[in-house]
Design a protein around this ligand. Sequence first.
Ligand code: SF4
Length: 61
Amino acid sequence: MYKIDFNREECLGCGACTMCNNWEFSADGKVSPVQNEFEEPGCNIEASEICPAQVIKIINN
Ligand code: SF4
């Protein structure tokens, strides 16, 4: 199982991670993940790598 560790407080709201359909903008201009747990991380890996603030981490446990 993979889990998302997201430091939302430090999110810049740049939107780069929304290339992955698990990440959507919220009304406050920051993003939130649609799902927090996965069998396979899929595009969340790319979202983690592309984030300029490095606030998305994918944990495998
Ligand atoms: S890429 Fe990072 S900083 Fe940009 S909106 Fe997504 S989580 Fe926030």
